[in-house]
Design a protein around this ligand. Structure first.
Ligand code: MTE
Ligand code: MO
Length: 319
């Protein structure tokens, strides 16, 4: 049992300093299963689709893990009707009203760049070998509001290991679907789409970093990033890219959408840091959706004990 001094988290994970792509706490069994289902011919043999992974059914059965904060989860209705998904509009209720028009099934994800197994993969093949689990994480938006979400997903590190990044892979970049027919924010060109985000490979394989396929015991609602989104709980919410269609491994640091739009407002790292104010507002406090008053914002969103070792020059050097 590990307990942080300031945080109320209790996680069964090794310290960040012990985590490298080589000794990731993933089971070898999973990696072997992956080899058989994903690369052993299933993709090339449509007949095998009869036994395709029913990943939506597996969501309800996801194991409830000890990866959870003590705070009560935000009521589902609030969490799924107050969203940022600028492709569907900049007002918080617009994703809820509009994102159901997005076609999320079938879905495929392109794996590209510095990786041994590039290709375009059907979502069910991407998901098949991964056991899903529930984790209750804090979510802190750079706009100073926060939520607590019971996600269902699996560690991004498990997926990365399957696709075998080369030794040149230093970063992992992600892109969101672009569909101007159903995304008014795309049609109007309010940002330089596609939405792009990225992590260092060390951040990407950290055991806290999740690929989420559901929340609140159900499949991911479209407004929250169906069918597949990133969750990095110690970073501002903008790093948590939704509706992912592309994952690319790179040697150079990828440019991210918010960083390009407003470099002095949205840092590349985007780590939650109450001591570094946004140029237009104070970051030391936050409003938890559904609550009155304000809470103190914690360094790395309360996950400092687990992630501080990723940032040896101290939190303010990685913003
Ligand atoms: N594609 C895409 N992903 C996105 C965004 C977006 O506008 N487009 N907004 C980000 C921001 S700023 C936040 S705070 C979270 C919000 O997630 P939620 O709506 O599930 O709370 O999604 C992030 N991922
Ligand atoms: Mo955000």
């Amino acid at each position: 049992m590990r307990r942080g001094r300031r945080s109320r988290i209790d996680y069964p994970v090794p310290p960040a300093s012990e985590i490298t792509p080589k000794n990731l706490a993933v089971s070898r069994r999973k990696v072997l299963t992956t080899g058989a289902t994903l690369f052993g011919g299933a993709m090339a043999a449509p007949l095998l689709r009869a036994t395709a992974d029913d990943w939506k059914a597996r969501i309800q059965a996801a194991e409830k893990t000890d990866f959870k904060v003590d705070d009560d989860p935000t009521p589902r209705q609030r969490a799924t009707s107050y969203n940022n998904f600028f492709e569907f509009g900049t007002r918080k209720e617009q994703p809820y009203m509009r994102a159901h028009r997005m076609e999320t099934d079938p879905w495929s994800v392109t794996i590209a760049g510095e990786v041994e197994r590039p290709g375009e993969y059907a979502l069910e093949d991407i998901l098949a070998p991964h056991d899903f689990e529930q984790r209750i994480y804090r979510h802190r938006c750079v706009e100073a509001w926060s939520k607590v979400i019971p996600w269902i997903g699996f560690p991004l590190g498990d997926l990365i290991e399957r696709f075998e990044p080369t030794s040149r892979a230093k970063y992992v970049a992600f892109e969101t679907l672009v569909d101007e027919d159903v995304m008014p924010g795309v049609a109007r060109g309010i940002l330089d789409w596609p939405y792009r985000e990225a992590l260092t490979i060390e951040e990407a394989v950290h055991p806290l970093t999740l690929l989420a396929v559901g929340m609140y015991d159900d499949v991911m609602p479209p407004q929250c990033g169906a069918p597949l989104r990133l969750v990095v709980p110690w970073k501002y919410g903008y790093k948590g890219i939704k509706s992912i269609v592309r994952i690319e491994f790179t040697e150079e640091r990828p440019e991210c959408l918010w960083e390009l739009e407003q470099p002095e407002e949205y840092g590349w790292y985007g780590n939650v840091n109450p001591n570094v104010d946004h140029p237009r507002w104070d970051q030391s406090r936050e409003r938890r959706i559904g609550e009155l008053g304000r809470r103190e914002t914690e360094l790395y969103n309360g996950y400092a004990e687990l992630v501080a070792d990723l940032y040896p020059e101290g939190p303010d050097a990685y913003w």
